[in-house]
Ligand binder design. Structure first.
Ligand code: NAD
Length: 510
């Protein structure tokens, strides 16, 4: 296996990226695949972060007046550069976050897709025209940019989450400031570099259109992210990460009555009913539960299976679990790469211990492939048979643990179990019953932001709005009308009557 440092040099060369300007001693970045130190970087101080936000605000004051389709042209160029550099950027994601190669590439494809979406959107930022009760009047709504959009992102989607926010925020006329995870800043530096190149290309054709500081990057940990949460200059804060982070950030944004888009942890379940296609279900369960080594917000963590099909399904799953290839994420054939770090491994072991104490029978979960590096944390995905849905199942452990519980009654019992956790991101049902599928998607069904039928909980497309309810935070990003989160709505009433009639028949004669 090629040493990660060598891989990094190749990637940097392909991206024409020099890290020297970012070097320092504040952050040590390791490649999860072999534990090799990739880089040591300098962090921004909170004071520097505040200055960056001020600069972005000045950029917004100019960018807001650039016509939206012209703003879309910048995002189109970013999409073009991402297409050209998909292989290198995808490999960097795999190196830094430990994703298998096709998932690293897939993440960049998601960036390309959202750029395409945002370019179309740049000609579609439309409001309604509304019937007025007054003669000779017209009402309409107009959508305007908000200001600076702060983006705080998690390690597990180190580039896609930024692009969901950045592509929409930019076409909507905002400036952006990004604080990526302190575990994955290199991929962020690469994205910022590509956007700067897109800006340089764009400026050649339209000199003076893009203001200085339109897109900026902040390297650092929580203290740097906290500046974005507290600054009144940050009109929208989009924060992706754990529920713990969301609680801290949400309070800060609420204190100043700012707008937050929160994309927090999930605790996703799948229901398998007696009529399900078990072959299809087993494949979907495996991808959703072990893909990205269980480190997706949409990872399947709870399987709620009808007792009449449980033995057959679990026999299949156990067979698949025994044969899953765990290893170097850059090697062809690997399905499960490493955990991000030792802390993730320790958290997984603690959860498995608790599961055992609550009566669970654990298959797998042990450390494997120690030969790949003392600082590389690979595990065999764990399948845990639980006697009931107990405390350990109510929280998200960011690792490949799939808890299985059986239900014996109707689909309502399964839906109640599914909804009985604090999080509400993604959910799925496998069934051939139209009634069960419809019930699951109805108002009395799944309480999640994503409710799928005969497909797993993970792997969303960018066309739909992405996000979840309850402790997941309620935010929506990506497709559908998520763009409205990055704009403010003005209601306009226009009087062309020559008279001044008042609404609700009020008389005020002066
Ligand atoms: P994390 O909460 O540890 O960190 C996420 C980001 O928040 C990092 O950039 C971090 O520096 C920053 N941060 C943490 N505390 C902060 C504070 N008090 N103020 C400002 N910034 C702060 O999460 P992680 O371990 O990087 O990622 C895993 C978590 O993210 C999981 O819970 C996962 O479900 C969640 N996630 C959710 C989504 C979603 O769309 N719902 C997507 C990806 C990941």
């Amino acid at each position: 296996m090629t040493d990660s440092h060598t891989c990094l040099q190749q990637v940097l060369q392909a991206l024409d990226l020099d890290l020297r300007a970012h070097e320092g001693t504040d952050l040590t970045i390791r490649a999860p695949r072999d534990g090799v130190v990739l880089a040591s970087l300098a962090s921004h101080t909170p004071e520097q972060a505040q200055a960056v936000v001020e600069c972005a605000h000045r950029a917004y004051l100019d960018w807001r007046s650039v016509p939206a389709p012209v703003r879309g042209e910048l995002v189109r160029r970013l999409g073009g550069l991402l297409r050209r550099h998909k292989a290198a950027l995808g490999e960097l994601v795999s190196l830094e976050a430990g994703k298998i190669a096709s998932e690293g590439q897939g993440e960049v494809q998601e960036m390309i897709d959202i750029c395409d979406f945002a370019v179309g959107l740049s000609r579609q930022l439309h409001g309604l025209t509304i019937a007025s009760e007054r003669p000779g009047h017209r009402m309409m709504e107009t959508w305007h940019p908000m200001g600076v959009v702060g983006i705080i992102s998690a390690f597990n989607f180190p580039v896609a989450v930024w692009s969901w926010n950045a592509a929409l925020a930019l076409v909507c006329g905002n400036a952006i400031v990004w604080k990526p995870s302190e575990k994955t800043p290199l991929a962020a530096i690469a994205c910022q570099h590509l956007l700067q190149r897109a800006i340089a290309e764009f400026e050649q054709e339209r000199p003076g259109t893009v203001p200085e500081g339109l897109s900026q990057l902040l390297i650092g940990g929580r203290d740097v992210g906290a500046v974005l949460a507290a600054s009144t200059r940050v009109a929208v804060l989009s924060a992706t990460g754990s529920v713990r982070m969301g609680r801290q950030v949400a309070v800060k944004v609420a204190e100043r009555l700012g707008r937050a888009i929160l994309e927090l942890g999930g605790n996703n379940a799948m229901i398998v009913t007696p009529t399900a296609d078990l072959e299809l279900a087993a494949r979907a369960i495996t991808f959703a539960a072990v893909g990205t080594a269980g480190q997706r917000c949409t990872t399947l963590r709870r399987l709620i299976v009808h007792a009449s099909v449980a033995d057959a399904l679990l026999a299949r799953l156990e067979r698949i679990y025994r044969s899953i290839a765990v290893g170097d994420p850059l090697q062809a054939g690997t399905l499960v790469g490493p955990l991000i770090d030792r802390a993730a491994f320790d958290a997984m072991q603690r959860a498995l211990e608790q599961a055992r104490a609550e009566g669970g029978q654990v298959l797998g979960g042990e450390r494997v492939r120690e030969d790949l590096g003392a600082h590389a944390w690979y595990v065999r995905p764990a399948l845990v048979h639980m006697p009931r849905q107990s405390a350990v199942m109510e929280r998200e452990t960011f690792a490949p643990i799939l808890y299985v519980v059986r239900y014996g009654g109707g689909t309502d019992e399964a839906i109640a179990l599914q909804n009985a956790v604090p999080q509400g991101l993604s959910s799925a049902i496998f069934t051939a019953s139209l009634g069960d599928a419809e019930r699951f998607m109805s108002a009395a069904g799944s309480d999640c932001g994503i409710a799928n039928v005969n497909i797993g909980t993970s792997g969303a497309e960018i066309g739909g709005a992405f996000g979840g309810e309850k402790e997941t935070g309620g935010g929506r990003e990506s497709g559908s009308d998520a763009w409205k989160g990055y704009m403010r709505r003005a209601t306009n009433t226009i009087n062309y009557s020559g008279a001044l009639p008042l609404a609700q028949g009020v008389r005020f004669d002066v």
